[in-house]
Design a protein around this ligand. Sequence first.
Ligand code: COA
Length: 150
Amino acid sequence: MTELRLVELSADTIVQVNTLSLKPGQEQFLAPVSYGIAASVVNPKTTWQRVVLDGSEVVGFVSANFDPEAAPDYFRSVLWRINVDADEQRRGVGRFAVEALLSEAQRRDFDHLDVIYEAGEGGPEAFFHRVGFSPVGETEYGEIIAEIRF
Ligand SMILES: CC(C)(COP(=O)(O)OP(=O)(O)OC[C@H]1O[C@@H](n2cnc3c(N)ncnc32)[C@H](O)[C@@H]1OP(=O)(O)O)[C@@H](O)C(=O)NCCC(=O)NCCS
């Protein structure tokens, strides 16, 4: 792995981002029900999204919502989606992306970053714990709300 870099989503990278692969069984964890519901509160002005490059290769994607007015409050500073290509997983790409997102949340004067995920085998729970998120509650759909406080 060369040095990882974070770049904005662009015409150059969007095609590669759309073809990032998943390991078998991971698809079901990409979009918790709450995120569908929240589509109505998320708009382009509050969305932050970045592509992770390893050299010139797209290896991951991370997006977040930053909106101090969002309701419920766990949508105010929230990791929205993270996806590391199946062949590039377990090499530190996901941690790199979360650390960059934490810096962005701090830069925007938030004191926390949340994430919502579904527990289950093959899901991202262990990853979120390893990078510092602690469970703080559940959504009405039984998904886990977890948080990092700065
Ligand atoms: C979850 C995901 C982003 C993790 O990315 P990654 O690049 O493989 O993670 P990293 O290599 O940076 O791992 C960071 C830490 O988490 C641990 N970890 C990662 N995946 C893990 C797993 N499945 N089980 C246990 N630990 C795991 C790593 O061992 C590492 O621990 P360490 O730094 O203490 O040694 C990736 O598996 C993925 O894209 N999954 C499919 C999409 C998805 O479910 N996204 C989340 C919902 S939007």
